[in-house]
Design a binder for this molecule. Structure first.
Ligand code: ZN
Length: 180
C-alpha cells in the first residue's frame, strides 16, 4: 500500500537547526527514514526547489534530495529524477571554481552569486542503502555542494565573496528575463 507523502514545514534563516551538524544515518530501510525521504521529495517539488536537505525540515540527519528540473525559479536547470543522497562525502574536486546564482528554500527572496567547484566526485548511500560513487558537474555539482553544506550547518550566504553578490529574488528574475 502506498502512503501519501506529507508536505513539511521548511526551517527559515535564524532557525538553530540550520546551523547544526547533521548526524549520519544508519537505518536506511527504517520506515521513518523512507518516509522522511518521500516527504522531502514532495516538499521540494511543491516549493519548486531543485534540492532540499533534511535539516531544512527540522531533521538533523545526513540526507538530502537532488531534484534538478527546469522551473520558474531555475529556468535552465537540467532534468533529473529526484534522488536521495545519504551520508555523502565529497572525495575530490576539480580545480576550476565557477560563480553562479543560488537561492535557498530557507532564505526566501534572496539570491547570491556563489563560488563552487565546477566538478566533484562523491560517495554516498542511496535510499536502499547501496554505496554509490559518482561524479557531478556544473549545475548538479552546484546543488550537491549547496545541500552538502546544509549537513554541515553552512548556508549559501556564508559563501558570498562580497555582500554585493546578494540580491533580491525580484531583481534576479528581472536580470534573468533580460538575458533571454
Ligand atoms: Zn538551501
Amino acid at each position: 500500500m502506498t502512503r501519501m507523502a506529507n508536505l513539511l514545514q521548511v526551517a527559515q534563516l535564524g532557525s538553530p537547526v540550520l546551523r547544526k551538524k547533521a548526524k549520519a544515518v544508519n537505518d536506511f530501510l527504517d520506515s521513518n527514514t523512507q518516509r522522511l525521504i518521500d516527504d522531502l521529495i514532495a516538499t521540494v517539488k511543491e516549493a519548486n526547489g531543485v534540492g532540499i536537505a533534511a535539516p531544512q525540515v527540522y531533521e538533523s540527519k545526513k540526507i538530502f534530495i537532488l531534484a534538478s528540473h527546469p522551473n520558474a525559479r531555475y529556468p535552465n536547470a537540467p532534468l533529473m529524477k529526484p534522488t536521495a543522497i545519504i551520508n555523502p562525502k565529497i572525495i575530490s574536486h576539480g580545480r576550476e571554481v565557477v560563480k553562479d546564482w543560488e537561492g535557498c528554500l530557507s532564505i526566501p527572496g534572496i539570491r547570491g552569486l556563489i563560488p563552487r567547484f565546477k566538478s566533484i566526485s562523491a560517495k554516498y548511500y542511496d535510499r536502499k542503502g547501496k554505496l554509490v560513487k559518482r561524479s557531478f558537474t556544473d549545475f548538479i555539482a552546484r546543488i550537491f555542494q549547496h545541500e552538502h553544506d546544509h549537513l554541515e550547518g553552512i548556508l549559501f550566504v556564508d559563501r558570498v565573496e562580497s555582500n554585493k553578490d546578494l540580491i533580491s529574488e525580484k531583481e534576479y528574475l528581472k536580470m534573468m528575463a533580460k538575458r533571454k
